[in-house]
Design a protein around this ligand. Structure first.
Ligand SMILES: Nc1nc2c(ncn2[C@@H]2O[C@H](COP(=O)(O)OP(=O)(O)OP(=O)(O)O)[C@@H](O)[C@H]2O)c(=O)[nH]1
Ligand SMILES: [Mg+2]
Length: 484
């Protein structure tokens, strides 16, 4: 029997290849669970607890699909005397057939339910309902456990309506739930629905939704901190080397070679630092297996900052760059508000026109990085230091920020059943201008300080973190509005 202090356990069951493991992966936030096109991917029942701060909120059990439900039902019917002994009859079936390879999958999937797990029955709503599945639904009903059916659409056809009425006769609650795309709020909705089915689970599942909501807020806040740290590190990064004084004398070939080498290392560092940020954010959201397709921050130093090629390579839009270039500050008295709110002139044309000017006039057409400088090393007369960097362009910071925010959003929205590569293509619209003036000013202030190679004090760093956090929220809002 199940004691009341146990955390809720759900067995996710159904026909082979209907998305059971996908539902388990999403609800247990575990992207390491095997999901595949071939039926029979899951062969054994496996428990996946969802833990927050070391505390298990609930456990999902992934199970193999039904193989011989009609045979099992025949056995049950011939061994049951009345409705009151049905749960015991199912238990007796599992007990007697445990070592019978013919019923291996049925025993695997029924065992956790007999041990007290609630039932989550998964069907594919993109194929029409057939009576074929009635045997397995009947078996599940015989267990007497609380049950919920999920209509998970794997393909694009929609046969939800026919499923709905059939499932309604076997299961207490029927919901549509796309394991790959269901937003977070729907995950919580499912947990709450289950709380209605079993009184002693109501409180733990209520608590679980509270923990998950807080975890989500914490993750967003922590992401803002991670992005801030990376931004500071990348904006202020310098490559330095100590070398003998007789090398790299000004004007010599070796000086150029040294600069080229340090420049290459500088870029390499930036790529690695950005990759570390990506991994850190993914780990924060428990995504460990993502195949990410993002252009590396690998521009050539003579790339035009505003060329189509660079824009593609960096996966940022033209307008984003234009806005970034002007930030919240004024350029010759023309602030971004004037740019975007100037409706008498088409804002797009204005931005487009100023873009070229900004590229060549205000910033030069290259990413400016402080050139090689040589300095003597104190107390070591025959040694000198060579320093390359930091970056001089503010856009660099906005590009790092824009890419990071875009990546964060995709990760924060991604369900753990997702197996498609994460593609981060350039988005044509931009969101920077939707941020409040305070946030834009705070970003601009911090990036300007960093460009001047000033270390941020604690208060300034916190201000930047708060601005990045607002940027995450602004981006999220912008996404929601542009898909609505
Ligand atoms: N588009 C889409 N595909 C899904 C969804 N759920 C599952 N799939 C796909 O359907 C296939 C089967 O998914 P699984 O989760 O492995 O199914 P299963 O029921 O665990 O399969 P077995 O373990 O073999 O019984 C995989 O290719 C999934 O990517 C969904 O919600 N949307
Ligand atoms: Mg499976």
């Amino acid at each position: 029997m199940v004691s009341t202090d146990q955390t809720p356990v759900f067995a996710v069951v159904g026909h082979p290849n209907r998305g059971k493991s996908s539902v388990v992966a999403t609800l247990s936030q575990n992207d390491r669970i095997a999901i595949a096109l071939e039926p029979g991917t899951t062969r054994e029942s496996q428990r996946y607890p969802l833990q927050v701060d070391g505390r298990t909120l609930y456990t999902l059990v992934d199970t193999p699909g039904f193989q011989r439900p009609r045979r099992v039902l025949e056995w049950l019917e011939s061994h049951s005397l009345s409705a009151s002994d049905r749960p015991d009859t199912v238990a007796a079936f599992v007990h007697q057939h445990r070592d019978n390879p013919r019923f291996r999958d049925e025993c695997e999937l029924l065992a956790p339910i007999i041990d007290g797990a609630g039932i989550i029955y998964v069907v594919d709503g993109s194929v029409p309902y057939t009576a074929e599945q009635e045997a397995e639904m009947t078996i599940l009903r015989w267990t007497g456990q609380p049950s919920l059916a999920l209509i998970n659409r794997i393909g694009s056809d929609d046969h939800t309506a026919s499923w709905q009425s059939a499932l309604g006769q076997f299961f207490q609650i029927v919901r549509s739930f796309d394991a790959v795309r269901a937003p977070f709020e729907q995950h919580l909705g499912l947990l709450k629905a289950f709380g209605q089915l079993r009184p002693d689970w109501e409180q733990p599942l209520e608590a679980a939704t509270g923990f998950l909501t807080r975890q989500r807020e914490d993750r967003q806040w922590r992401s803002a901190q991670l992005i801030t740290e990376a931004l500071i590190g990348m904006m202020t990064h310098q490559e330095s080397r100590t070398l003998p004084k007789n090398l790299a004398t000004p004007g010599s070939d070796s000086r150029e070679a040294l600069e080229a080498r340090l420049r290459e290392r500088w870029y390499q560092h930036q790529r690695e630092r950005e990759e570390k940020l990506r991994k850190d954010v993914e780990a924060l959201y428990q995504h460990h297996q993502i195949a990410r397709q993002e252009a590396a921050l690998s521009w050539h130093h003579d790339h035009d900052l505003f060329s189509e090629e660079t824009r593609r390579a960096w996966a940022v839009s033209k307008t984003y760059l234009a806005t970034a270039g002007f930030g919240a500050g004024a350029v010759g008295g023309v602030g971004i508000d004037a740019l975007t709110l100037g409706h008498s002139l088409g804002a797009g044309a204005l931005i487009g026109g100023l873009l070229g000017a900004a590229g060549s006039y205000f910033y030069g057409d290259r990413l400016a990085i402080r050139a090689l400088s040589l300095g003597s090393l104190k107390g070591a007369g025959d040694l000198q230091t060579a320093t390359f960097g930091p970056v001089q362009d503010l856009q660099f910071g906005y590009i790092v920020l824009g890419r990071a925010v875009d990546h964060w959003w995709h990760i924060s929205q991604r369900n753990h059943a997702g197996r498609d590569p994460l593609e981060l293509p350039p988005s044509e619209s931009h969101w920077l201008e939707t941020l409040g003036a305070d946030t834009r000013k705070a970003l601009q202030r911090a990036l300007t300080r960093l460009r001047k190679n000033r270390k941020l004090n604690q208060g300034e760093q916190q201000e930047l973190e708060a601005a990045v956090q607002s940027a995450l929220e602004g981006y999220n809002r912008w996404r929601l509005e542009s898909t609505a």
